[in-house]
Design a protein around this ligand. Sequence first.
Ligand code: ACO
Length: 321
Amino acid sequence: MIYARIAGTGSFLPGEPVTNDDLVARGIDTSDQWIIERTGIRSRHLAAAEMSSSDLAKTASERALEAAGVRPDDIDLIIVATSTPDCIFPSTAALLQSKLGIRNGAAAFDVQAVCSGFVYGLTIAEKFIRSGSHQRALVVGAEVFSRILDWSDRGTCVLFGDGAGAVVLEAAGAPGILASALHADGSHHPILCVPGGVAAGQVVGDPFLRMDGQAVFKFAVRVLGDVALEVLDQAGVTVDSVDWLIPHQANIRILQATARRLGVSMDKVITTVDRHGNTSAASIPLALDLAVRDGRIRPGHRFIIEGVGGGFTWGAALLQF
Ligand code: ACO
């Protein structure tokens, strides 16, 4: 039987942290206290104008490849989860492939599931590897969300940031992914979307992120609880056998409510939202990489990753490191 396991992780945050007070200094009508109380966010990183998602993805990927001890040409599948691709086409994954100098014909494509994108990408890669068609995948979440924010809308612009996280997932003799579940319900698209598009050579409609914050909050807490229970049930284990919970880093209050619902202490929840805000598809691999590198997640540990995002999409995976 072929299984898939994580062989290495990496991440990248561009530039210096931009604090809540920095936003106030830039003229946004908000306060450090409001942002911290409502979201737990203290700072975020904003990519320089010339940096794209594939640039952030490149550095995160190089770090993951190094951690896995593999060369770029050892990768035969590249999946990038992003809602802020470099361009309409080619895919950010193909551009990443070029920037990493991978010339072996590895398959490369993007996944668009907004903040659940990394869970979607990892689950897809696992299925490729378990089928025997591919041996080693690079799965990346990379975003420059600052590009799709309306900086005059204080209800959304303070919440998001830019960044990238990556993992190398490779074939193994023992399971590294014990269970996974992916879901979507497109009828909820109006509560979180970037409604505009491109036609006839110009942007048609609104190119900025729009959100009904309270509706998103309620939806996120419900499905993050449900989908974590679903993967535990699928694997036939209880939450007590899980060492860490890594939810999508949207808002500390969503993380706390999810942990309460699952009966998990906040000590077991990897939390990075304070330092980079909501980086959409990048947030889970950013948190995972931090916890691997600081020694919290160790070989043999079990953890759940789970995401929820525009679409609406949601999903989770139970992993053994
Ligand atoms: N600074 C100061 N005041 C603000 C700000 C701000 N940045 N933004 C809004 N306000 C004001 C509003 O104008 C309003 O003022 P009023 O009472 O005078 O009208 C007041 O704060 C309350 O506004 P609400 O929108 O009701 O605030 P709420 O308590 O719902 O918090 C928040 C807003 C933080 C967005 C919350 O709804 C939330 O966390 N929702 C989840 C959204 C989320 O995490 N989205 C991420 C994307 S989705 C995903 O990743 C799953």
